[in-house]
Design a binder for this molecule. Structure first.
Ligand SMILES: [Zn+2]
Length: 302
């Protein structure tokens, strides 16, 4: 009898894990979100990554930290949002590190259509505003931006980015030796039907992989992002774990996604993630309770 009920549960689990995504529907806009200034903790400032926000609430549980490295503003929410919310709920210190500056010519064109004096720094600032609001929605303890708060510029190319990301992650592994390190699964996450991979995502994965091979970091999770395009799975092998998020964690993720939709020009919020960048990814991630994780052992550096 025990075996039969186990089989039954297993069948239900497999069925729910393989469920197809629902079609996108326009989600409700979230209420305006204001980012409060907070006191910066000088002891954790560094040349490599600058802390830009810190939750003042004291964490009394002595659990190991989880660090999430987002190559771009939005990756943390699209691919990892519910997992981040879960770790926060369980009482772990959770830190998010943004790796690049999000510079993008198309987004600059859009900002110039609002203000002809807009420059690329305004793109970074606008994207950082929604990124930070999303991180705060997720309930994280600290938010950092690499390259002393500037973020790295993608135009330096994959190899250079890989080196910069490696130094950045190394810095955090020294600062938090018992942390679990999380980033995107860049080598197994095609963004189109020609199986193209995003080189900046690959750079983040490769940097973490090198540190793993050199036994500098041990605990790692790689999250897929472009899998939420829903139609390009044939390019990539199945992921290591399909995680079915708890409703409460998924709801937190949805709130964070809504931060990428908020438009309020006086607060320098333009809904860039949703209306001018990756609408389908945010919409499909909003409607899916699943997150897709790869083990580092299954990753092959490219
Ligand atoms: Zn990205």
């Amino acid at each position: 009898m025990k075996q039969i009920s186990f089989l039954f549960i297993l069948i239900i689990f497999i069925h729910s894990s393989c469920q197809q995504f629902k079609r996108p529907s326009i989600a409700k806009m979230n209420q305006e979100y204001s980012v409060k200034n907070s006191t910066l903790n000088d002891s954790v400032r560094s040349e490599i990554s600058q802390i830009i926000w810190e939750n003042n609430k004291k964490n009394t549980k002595a659990l190991p930290p989880f660090i999430y490295y987002a190559p771009h503003q939005d990756d943390e929410t699209i691919g990892m949002g519910a997992s981040i919310a879960e770790k926060v709920r369980l009482g772990h210190p959770v830190y998010i590190v943004l790796l690049t500056n999000g510079a993008n010519e198309e987004i600059l064109k859009y900002l110039k259509s609002i203000d002809s004096n807009a420059i690329m720094k305004d793109v970074t600032q606008a994207r950082n505003n929604e990124f930070l609001a999303a991180c705060i929605s997720l309930g994280v303890s600290k938010v950092f931006i690499s390259n002393n708060g500037e973020g790295f510029d993608e135009t330096m190319g994959k190899e250079n980015l890989e080196d910069k990301f490696e130094v950045t992650i190394r810095f955090f592994s020294d600062l938090y030796p018992n942390a679990t390190h999380n980033t995107v699964s860049g080598n197994c996450d095609s963004y189109n039907n020609e199986c193209h991979k995003m080189s900046t995502h690959q750079a983040a994965t490769n940097a973490l992989h090198k540190l793993f091979s050199n036994k500098i970091v041990k605990e790692i999770n790689l999250f897929r992002i472009y899998i939420y395009y829903n139609n390009i799975n044939s390019c990539d092998r199945p992921c290591s774990i399909i995680k079915n998020s708890k409703s409460k964690d998924h709801k937190v993720k949805q709130k964070a996604i809504n931060q990428y939709k908020l438009v309020n020009h006086t607060k320098k919020r333009y809904g860039i993630g949703y209306y001018h960048s990756v609408y389908a990814l945010l919409e499909n991630a909003y409607n899916s309770k699943f997150e897709y994780i790869d083990f580092i052992e299954n990753d092959s550096i490219k």
